[in-house]
Design a binder for this molecule. Structure first.
Ligand SMILES: [Zn+2]
Length: 421
């Protein structure tokens, strides 16, 4: 009676989806089927005695045709929903702002606020970040709220931001304060979908594989306006995912010969870029190349240097033999080979420059003292950098007053600390 969409991929299509206390009914663009569904819902109400609240429900047309969407929403007495827009993110931003407005910020020290930003504010939008590529404006709003809370607490009075936000969001071991960078978090969370597409089993994986991965290789997917917006968002992080995983080759059908990492630490396209440029089968899988006896064909004659590269390439691939098992992906940053968002985040931070600050974080010091060592107090030197025009010299001597001077180099400081020991 009711057929869900995509019956060509799943038997009878996907008709019902349930998550926690939400239910989604999917039907094809057919008014007769919609009336059957309405009837079924009424019957359900009658038999179970439970009322369905149609005013709380929404009708969403995948094709986004407004007139049809209105027709169906009238039929069900629901409102017509739409795709996600920037305005839909505002509740998340507002939620963050609301939490910041309270008394908590002003009652906490800088260290306390750091803990709160880390544990609470950064985690609030995680669910949304794991589904969508966050628009830049939304990220900026969230960061503005986090910055304001971290430096000003709950007060309205503007205060100096003593460390650049970009430095604060570095990992602790690299001189930062370990506050999560939202974009990197967003990327790491989205990469997880690629892992699930390749390694998970479920209805959605089955549909995605049948619809998009006809050749079985995710590196062959291209951006297409016909794709779902989530699919196109995922394509933005695919290169990061591909760099982080290595394919273990079985039958070689799901591994791209040139683009995937499978026989060396980088892909063959990166290792032999010149050969890659002039070869004919750039989209070949490993299995197809095996059928050609590992002999890639090239568009032109190889000169001596390229001949040498070609020999090196053959040396690498001749060692491989295929079997009947399926190819599978292994995540490089984890010993177990299984994808973790945490290790992806760490991987994204690997190029952050910073001296080894891990000793500060391991030291048994109160958090606010550790922050002082990170140069986050308003010394006269720091004020000077922020266009303060007063006298920048130390109150005890004529040197410039910096954290280093005030706590370690000033003769008075040395005397004070010396007398304490
Ligand atoms: Zn001094």
């Amino acid at each position: 009676m009711i057929k869900g969409p995509v019956p060509e991929y799943i038997k009878n299509g996907v008709a019902v989806l349930q998550y926690a206390d939400d239910t989604i009914f999917c039907i094809q663009d057919d008014k007769e089927q919609a009336s059957y569904l309405k009837l079924l819902l009424y019957l359900y109400e009658d038999m179970s005695g439970l009322k369905i609240n149609f005013t709380k429900s929404e009708v969403i047309m995948v094709s986004q045709e407004e007139s049809k969407s209105l027709d169906f929403s009238n039929m069900f007495n629901c409102s017509a929903g739409s795709r996600i827009h920037i305005a839909d993110w505002l509740p998340i931003c507002e939620k963050i702002m609301k939490r910041l407005d309270g008394w908590k910020g002003s009652a906490l020290s800088l260290g306390g606020r750091l803990v709160l930003v880390n544990s609470y504010l950064s985690n609030l939008p995680v669910y949304a970040m794991s589904m969508f590529w966050l628009p830049k404006t939304v990220l900026e709003r969230m960061d503005t709220a986090r910055k304001k809370f971290f430096w000003q607490g709950g007060s309205m009075k503007k205060k100096y931001h003593l460390i650049k936000w970009i430095k604060i969001t570095k990992p602790k071991g690299k001189g930062g304060l370990g506050i999560k960078d939202l974009r990197r978090m967003n990327i790491s969370l989205l990469c997880k979908w690629w892992w699930k597409v390749e390694n998970g089993e479920g209805i959605w994986q089955e549909i995605v594989r049948k619809k998009y991965l006809k050749k079985g290789m995710i590196c062959m997917l291209t951006k297409n306006p016909k794709n779902s917006p989530v699919g196109n968002d995922l394509l933005k992080v695919r290169h990061i995912y591909l760099k982080g995983r290595t394919m273990r080759v079985g039958n070689g059908k799901s591994t791209s010969f040139w683009h995937d990492k499978w026989c060396s630490l980088v892909s063959l396209a990166d290792k032999f870029p010149e050969l890659y440029q002039i070869n004919v089968g750039q989209k070949c899988s490993v299995e197809e190349m095996k059928r050609k006896n590992w002999r890639p064909s090239f568009r032109r004659w190889l000169h001596e240097d390229l001949q040498n590269q070609y020999r090196r390439l053959l040396d690498i691939i001749f060692r491989y033999s295929l079997n009947s098992d399926k190819d599978y992906a292994k995540w490089d940053s984890e010993k177990s080979g299984i994808f973790f968002v945490k290790s992806t985040y760490k991987h994204l931070c690997r190029h952050d420059y910073g001296l080894n600050f891990s000793r500060i974080w391991k030291a048994k010091l109160p958090l606010k003292i550790r922050l002082v060592i990170q140069n986050s107090i308003l010394t006269k030197g720091n004020l000077g950098k922020r266009k303060w025009k007063g006298n920048k010299s130390c109150a005890f001597c004529s040197e410039n007053e910096s954290v280093q001077h005030l706590f370690f180099e000033c003769s008075t400081a040395k005397y004070v600390f010396g007398s304490c020991l």
